[in-house]
Design a protein around this ligand. Sequence first.
Ligand code: GLN
Length: 497
Amino acid sequence: MSDLTALPVTALQAALASGEASAVEVTRAHLDRIATEDGDLGAYLHVDADAALQRAGEIDAAGTAGTGLAGIPVALKDVFVTEGVPTTSGSRILEGWRPPYSATVARRLRDAGTVLLGKTNMDEFAMGSSTENSAYQVTRNPWARDRIPGGSSGGSSAAVAGRLAPFALGTDTGGSIRQPAAVTGLVGHKPTYGSVSRYGLIAFSSSLDQAGPMARTVMDAALLHEAIGGHDPCDSTSIDAPVPAVVEAARRGAGGDLSGLRVGVVRELGGEGAREGYDAGVIERVAEAVALLEAAGAEVREVSCPAFDLALPAYYLIAPSEASSNLARFEGMRFGIRVGDDGSRDIDEVMALTREQGFGPEVKRRIILGTYALSAGYYDAYYGQAQKVRTLVSRDFSAAFDGVDVLVSPTSPTVAWPIGARVDDPLAMYAADLCTLPASLAGVPAISVPCGLSEGLPVGLQVMAPALADDRCYRVAAAVEAALGAPLTDRLLERAA
Ligand code: GLN
């Protein structure tokens, strides 16, 4: 049997179903690769090889391997709580914490028979675009190991692109699935807000956070999406609607026929006259992808969404505001570390010391910013204004979707940058989110699909659709993938050969 870590999930399913490979063999192949590669890549924060092999053995013994996702290994971003398995959200403040329950998406994947390989590295509390804000380790991009893997789900992107997992879950608040997918040559989808449960996802910005799949092919992402999606009574913002038919859409899109589909190219996101901060190579690859859509029969036109220019400042008020509230629960009393509790200090001093030592600089920056934006006297000027901008962004989407079925843009204005290049410049780091933030603020679905290389590094095309029309994202992404002939990550395999 060929190298099991080189196969897409669809091929692994077939190998398991035919008995060509067992769940234990598939799991062991990935664990072996983790053992040889992850010392350098730094994708995982926690791997429990024995538990994974035991679980795979159970699936083999039950005879279900190859049915749906049974027997397929998966990695989870460390933002998902997992019963009995260390969960840190990339923060020192949660070091050593083993949650007493599992996130709904983690439970659904377990019930589907997947095998948890481990928990992946991330920017602390999902704040960042390079995974360099992790309190634990640097994660490297498998395409160029001196480059960032994107963030905040950079451990998941590095693991999947590096074949240390067949696919993985990430979370996306302002781009943290799509941008790391784009810069590592993966497919990454942020589902419609509320369509995938947030129960057990350690909250960053609750009105924006959304879990979603990261995979090497569109179909693999769709399979993972289908397994985690759907209503959850444990999440008060969960939408009670059927999961969009994403697997069917991926299959249909692979046929390559997009006739009748109306595509809008967003002028404000790298279009004519809005190219400052964009790599020329990114603009070129995206233009070529748009030409492929046209060749597949889509009707393409330019669309203007003027409020998108304000999405970045609005997001960087709303997300820190919600974070300042959500992170109040980390005070050393209930979870994780406690600092200075030696009998000589009162509770306020212990809480202050714990937060001082438990949080990193970016998290502190956001708590301070968010607390300020919400404070009496400034609330209307900052938080209130940002919410109004959010409404304008949603209205731009509604108006655009009156005339087109999907909107497209680059996912990230640039390719992966060198590790360290932006760590001292928060605004440069925030600029990485330019194209992903509008869909986050409006809660609409958006996918990133690879559309080629620039300077030898992956470029992603973003496809956005109206709420609950996630299937359109998959259909268009699959058509792009089919037109390009093979998953982009196959080129990494060729390089290694
Ligand atoms: N880069 C953005 C931020 O730092 C988005 C992060 C995310 O989506 N979790 O907030």
